[in-house]
Design a protein around this ligand. Structure first.
Ligand code: NCD
Length: 300
């Protein structure tokens, strides 16, 4: 595999290899010296056309822990604001000898275009409402490490599925790995094209879920009104304390971040022992190390 553009491109064996490699990488994070020489002399460019906290820092930490040289590019403050196209930016990176380009872009499909213009590997760090494959991998890693398996797990993905690349990538990857996904939210925020189970009733789904993945309501992608009010949304689809207590004992609560506390998730839930939110961030570094290693360095 040269690029990681879509979770749908991963078969079960490849996805499992990434998760197993990530588990080995996690051992490094516990060491005093958190560094491997694997990617010494290689250059990884982080190309971010959209705001990001976790994903950008996580890819940077991952590349650095593998000893790669890291160049961070954010569209704000670059020649993009002078009208430079993605293609010309790509050719500039190419001229600088990028071995891998990590791209986040508001346009769905931008990483696929980029892959035709550069010689190095392209890693999709989120493209529009389309995909976010490393997020799905770190989510799967988190489920597997908390619950011991993925096959047969019942996963409820709740909220603004329509605008969520996290949901799209999770639906694809979890299907490949044998988990059962139910999408939950108001009908206006559940797309019709995803081949998986759907429910509009969160309370009905909770008692039988192993995992609840809460999604952020993505106001910046809404140019219409999808629900009556924030209060109404929180009342029907927000995960608060009483709702959380309907979950089975072993169930976990996930959120990719950033959270709207009090909207889709109550602080009491986000900060509870069931919450894996901080763990997901830590696991993200191990998973991205694994992906970089397998794409760039792991070949014999
Ligand atoms: C998500 C994203 O940007 O797609 N965040 C993330 O990468 N952890 C989800 C979101 O923005 O709500």
């Amino acid at each position: 595999m040269k690029h990681l553009l879509s979770a749908a491109d991963l078969d079960a064996a490849t996805a499992t290899l990434v998760l197993d490699t990530a588990a080995e990488m996690a051992g490094i994070a516990g060491r005093e010296v958190k560094k491997l020489p694997t990617l010494r002399g290689r250059t990884v460019v982080n190309l971010f056309y959209e705001d990001s906290t976790r994903t950008r820092i996580s890819f940077e930490a991952a590349a650095k822990r593998l000893s790669a040289d890291v160049i961070n590019f954010s569209a704000k403050g670059s020649s993009v604001s002078k009208g430079e196209s993605l293609k010309d930016t790509a050719l500039t990176l190419q001229a600088m000898g990028a071995d891998a380009v990590v791209i986040r872009h508001p346009a769905s499909g931008a990483p696929h275009r980029l892959a035709t213009w550069v010689e190095g590997s392209v890693l999709n760090a989120g493209d529009g409402t389309h995909e976010h494959p490393t997020q799905a991998l770190l989510d799967a890693y988190t489920m597997r490490s908390r619950l011991g398996r993925l096959a047969g797990l019942k996963v409820a993905v709740v909220g603004d599925v329509l605008h969520s690349r996290v949901a799209r990538s999770n639906v694809a990857l979890l299907a490949t790995l044998g988990a059962k996904v139910t999408l939950v939210g108001p009908p206006t925020l559940i797309p019709v094209d995803l081949q998986t189970q759907v429910s509009y009733d969160l309370d009905a789904v909770l008692p039988d879920a192993d995992v609840v993945m809460m999604l952020r309501v993505q106001r910046e992608r809404m140019n219409d009104s999808y629900f009556p009010s924030e209060r109404e949304y929180a009342r029907r689809y927000g995960l608060d304390g009483p709702r959380m207590r309907k979950l089975p004992e072993h169930a976990i609560v996930m959120h990719p971040g950033p959270m709207n506390r009090g909207m889709e998730i109550a602080p009491e839930v986000a900060d509870s022992a069931r919450s894996t939110i901080v763990e997901q961030v830590a696991n993200g570094v191990s998973v991205r190390m694994a992906v970089l290693y397998l794409l760039l360095g792991g070949k014999p």
